[in-house]
Design a protein. Structure first.
Length: 172
């Protein structure tokens, strides 16, 4: 019985993906922002980036701050994927306002700054993320990339090897 329920849930998500329209998604986002984020994540995974951005935008309208944070993080990742670096930076800076920014938000800011060619600022964001969460493979990857751009190759290699150990399943 659990297999049938899981299959039915998968079919429902697939159906939502294929029938996605901004108007329908907007109504769903207001009713259930968590479902909207799930749709946005599926669109991202399907390389339907513009639709994913639209869905994340709808989810950001939620009154639930935790859901807004998840949606904003997804929006930053998506904007980076389609080289919308200014958008990624603006959203990442919004994520990092205040003292409560987590390592993931700081790493996304680093990625957005790096995409905008602000390598020193990106390096600072990656180091802040690592101070918050030393095991963050994404922050280590960003730091390695930052070090490599400044020809600090031995340090970059050390960070890269640590990243590979921490996130052996991450293709990047």
């Amino acid at each position: 019985m659990p297999v049938i329920r899981g299959f039915a849930l998968s079919l429902a998500v697939v159906a939502a993906l294929y029938t996605f329209s901004p108007r329908t998604a907007g109504q769903d986002a207001q009713a259930d922002p968590a479902a909207q984020i799930q749709v946005a994540n599926e669109l991202f995974e399907s390389a339907r980036y513009q639709e994913a951005l639209d869905a994340y935008n709808l989810a950001i309208q939620s009154s639930d701050t935790a859901l807004v944070t998840r949606a904003r993080k997804g929006k930053v990742r998506t904007a980076l994927r389609v080289a919308e670096f200014d958008l990624a930076r603006a959203e990442a800076e919004t994520l990092n306002e205040g003292a409560g920014a987590d390592a993931e938000a700081q790493t996304l800011l680093g990625d957005a700054l790096w995409g905008n060619g602000l390598f020193d600022e990106a390096d600072t964001a990656y180091r802040r993320a690592l101070a918050t969460e030393p095991e963050s493979s994404r922050a280590r990857f960003g730091l390695a990339r930052s070090l490599a751009t400044r020809s600090r190759l031995d340090e970059a290699l050390t960070e890269s090897l640590q990243t590979a150990t921490l996130a052996s399943q991450d293709p990047e």
